[in-house]
Design a protein around this ligand. Sequence first.
Ligand SMILES: Nc1ncnc2c1ncn2[C@@H]1O[C@H](COP(=O)(O)OP(=O)(O)OP(=O)(O)O)[C@@H](O)[C@H]1O
Ligand SMILES: [Mg+2]
Length: 356
Amino acid sequence: MNSPATVLARPHAAERHPLPGTQPDDATRKEPGMSLLDIKNLSVRFGDAHAVPVVDGLDLSVNEGEVLAIVGESGSGKSVTMMALMGLVEAPGIVTADRLCFDGTDMLRLKGRQRRHIVGKDLAMIFQDPMTALNPSFTVGYQIEEVLHQHLGLRGRAARQRALELLERVEIPGAASRLNAYPHQLSGGMSQRVAIAMAIAAEPKLLIADEPTTALDVTIQAQIMDLLLDLQRDHNMGLVLITHDLAVVAETANRVCVMYAGEAVELGEVPRLFDAPTHPYTEALLKAIPEHSQGARRLATLPGIVPGRYDRPQGCLLSPRCPYATDHCRAQRPSLDPHPFGAVRCFYPLNLPEVA
Ligand SMILES: Nc1ncnc2c1ncn2[C@@H]1O[C@H](COP(=O)(O)OP(=O)(O)OP(=O)(O)O)[C@@H](O)[C@H]1O
Ligand SMILES: [Mg+2]
């Protein structure tokens, strides 16, 4: 996998001023009714085409201005899904999809330089560790100005002024003096604010936040989440929020995708999914929310662990851990089936009205 910092790496001059015919138009296929992010049947394998997928047949969509949370235990494929979208899965990783469209552009068909016209501009990402986005060798101001130059063509005083406004927008105290600071002179929370400023510099349509607060002090976590949601609302951005903190999801997300061992096991809207989960795994996650869960880093889980490459059960992937599992569950793999309130991958879904 590339370093996440590659997303924000300075492009070659020829890439900043693309040659005719190198724009991503040839991969554009926006259709009426298509969501801002439209993923169909995404799979990611490491090794060869026969390796067990770490993301398996995933469908996902995000509309403009929508907050989608992706939850699930460690190793369930949340980050790899987003890395695949950003083009950051490298050999021996194999990404396949029927559709991997962002804003009508097929991200699978993009070449590196075409991708860099979109990633960091209309599609931006922030990571758990802000230091992955910041280059220790350059000042904060320089790095923000680079994004502004690369994606908006701003230079000199205009770029400086905009960088200052961005630092003020992400509520960095003494913003003017911070422009000349190096990343090591900032606290973790301040660094994440700078990373957020860089991510929103070109006003992205979709921001992906992969556990943006887990590396931070508990007191700072809520402030950073508040800031992210303010920005999301101000700019009507789509937001994909990957988190272990279901309390945050309940407060912030419109919809939730629950992942388990590379598969989506439940899709649903907030608050219904919290009131009436339909998958036993979602139910277990919700039961594990501590009473004072603000800042909880890891969900308490069902007994056992997510199956890996060599211990995948034949039937439902949750069956060895599921309190409701039957012989049928242990023998057959359920599909993700729509229901009136979302979708669920379970032979015996919970909290659904009986179908006559
Ligand atoms: N470069 C790689 N090579 C081989 N396997 C990988 C690679 N990157 C990720 N994986 C595997 O893919 C699976 C999904 O990983 P991923 O990082 O997406 O999990 P996650 O849901 O983001 O977990 P966490 O909550 O810990 O961040 C894991 O089993 C991981 O070991
Ligand atoms: Mg992850």
